[in-house]
Write a protein that binds this ligand. Structure first.
Ligand code: MD3
Ligand code: FE
Length: 266
């Protein structure tokens, strides 16, 4: 995973992150070195602000939790065990509301292909951005949000300090190699107090994240399959984007990356 290491070196702002350490920890557990006497005692993690995720049972790897900025929490590998089921559910969503490359109000065709699940879905066309209860491609409501999606988003939000998160929209993004998402903010949602929860699946991405002004300096953070980030509070309206997806392969997604973003839109 040379690409990941490249993207990792010297970045990620205030978290000193090493892919070796995060992945290496799994090896330690699997080889049986960490046993029950270790339960609850801090395991060295690479992230300076990281702590244990509060799992009651420590048989598996505790997900590292790190504060990226005020209100932004990285839950490394939080969705790792659900990856296969998530991908299955995504496939079903796509069968009902196919992925499509939307057009921006400025007339550009997005390189990321998108669809939605939930009561409303995010759409973009020449007229602007909005949430709509109907998929303009099919003329039908968006597919119902899978229970697994809702549950995962709520658990992640809770872990990050946002109790009672009930998303009504989930935007599904598919990145093929080279696809990117330019720097933007998400402000089409009505409830500014609700966080956005993002789940990464497949080929690693280089997440770019800046400040509240477009011209603020950006930090880079690798987002790996199974990583979940909760964006709330003061971080809810920061500029962010995804650098062009590098060639890579993941057993569940092939050469692609999927991202789910859970939102309270209404
Ligand atoms: C920070 N998606 O769908 S996920 C988006 O990987 C979007 O597909 C990217 O940005 C992706 O709008 C990034 C991380 C993310 C998502 C939403 C945020 C970070 C955020 C909203 C506010 C602040
Ligand atoms: Fe966004």
């Amino acid at each position: 995973m040379a690409g990941v290491m490249d993207a990792t070196a010297g970045c990620a702002g205030n978290i000193a992150y090493s892919d070796d350490n995060v992945r290496g920890a799994k090896g330690i557990h699997e080889s049986g070195i960490c046993r029950m006497q270790d339960r609850g005692s801090p395991r060295p993690v690479a992230m300076s602000e990281a702590g244990l995720n509060g799992d009651l049972f420590d048989f598996d790897v505790p997900a590292a939790t790190a504060s990226l900025a005020a209100g932004a929490t990285l839950l490394r590998s939080f969705a790792r065990e659900d990856e296969a089921l998530l991908m299955q559910a995504i496939t079903q969503v796509i069968a009902a509301s196919p992925l499509r490359q939307m057009t921006t109000p400025g007339g550009y065709r997005m390189s990321v292909a998108m669809t939605n699940t939930g009561l409303v879905g995010w759409v973009s066309d020449e007229r602007g951005y909005r949430y709509d209860a109907v998929d303009p491609l099919t003329g039908a409501p968006w597919p119902r949000m899978p229970e697994l999606f809702r549950d995962l988003a709520a658990r992640a939000a809770l872990q990050a300090g946002f109790a009672g998160f009930e998303p009504d929209a989930c935007l599904v993004n598919r990145y093929e190699p080279g696809a990117r998402l330019s720097l933007h903010r998400d402000y089409d949602e009505r409830d500014a107090t609700a966080p956005i929860v993002s789940v990464s699946l497949g080929v690693p991405a280089r997440f770019l994240w800046g400040g509240l002004k477009r011209t603020d300096p950006t930090k880079r953070l690798p987002l790996l399959s199974g990583d979940v980030v909760v964006w709330g509070g003061p971080s809810r309206f920061v500029y962010h984007g995804i650098a062009p997806l590098k060639p890579g392969h993941h057993p569940l997604t092939g050469t692609n990356r999927f991202n789910l973003t859970f939102r309270k839109a209404r």
